[in-house]
Design a protein around this ligand. Sequence first.
Ligand code: ADP
Ligand code: MG
Length: 281
Amino acid sequence: MKNSNFLFKKNNFKKARLNTEARLEVENINVSYGKNIALDNISFVVEEGENIALIGPNGAGKSTLFKALVGLIPLDSGKILIHGFPAGYHIDCVAYVPQKEEIDWMFPITVFEVVLMGRYSNLKTFSKPQKKDSEIVFSSLEKMGIKELAHEKISELSGGQQQKVFIARAIAQRPHILLMDEPFTGVDLSTKETILSFLNDSKKNKITVIVAIHDLNIAAKNFEKVILLNKKLISFGKPAEVFIKSNLNKAFGDQIMFLNGMAFLDECCPPDDYKKNVGGL
Ligand code: ADP
Ligand code: MG
């Protein structure tokens, strides 16, 4: 089958990066693992510089959506356009901070080496990192307040420090679009504050950010828009429009309870199919 990406030569893409906005268009995408449908006909458009919270129960397809956006998982059907160009021509402008569970924290690598990886997609083919790359690594570490950890092994860090290292790696990539998978899970309050202040700076720098979050309060207070997902797109819009009882019931079922107009999420009971698929709790 003819690959439509073939039509876009690298030079055209570079031009596109300069001349078009970092708009993310997701059109009717479907993704499955064997017979298990993870994303069912998802469509949405995120404009340059918007910050979006991605909300849904365990197994809703949040991580799958991120992996599809960075090309780690093939689409069954549908289309993803970034800068108006098909996924694949934007590798260096989309940064992805994976969920902590997906990283091998025992791998013998230093903080500096992890963050330097963020520079690889910016390097010319076969060229070695330059002094400038090293400077970018240190300034990214500084932004996360962990410059002094540069030569530590990642296995020796706390959960919050590890999260900051991977955010620094994403910063070093100088992305136009940043995807973060549950960065607030299992981190201390000061790390949460560092991440929130970084999100604020990203807004000023027109970086488009999508963050998977469990905490509805953080999403409502700090994000312009919310994607509510449970395999299907349940709702997409401003938090006040999305976080209504009928939508939350549709997404979370029995996991959500309402009391005096407040929503409470019971996070200790993932849905049955999640337990079955990943061996769950
Ligand atoms: P979330 O990040 O919202 O918890 P995921 O994207 O991890 O959801 O998972 C969506 C669905 O896809 C779940 O049913 C999960 O069991 C399944 N799934 C995720 N990763 C895999 C995989 N590598 N192989 C098979 N099924 C998977
Ligand atoms: Mg996930």
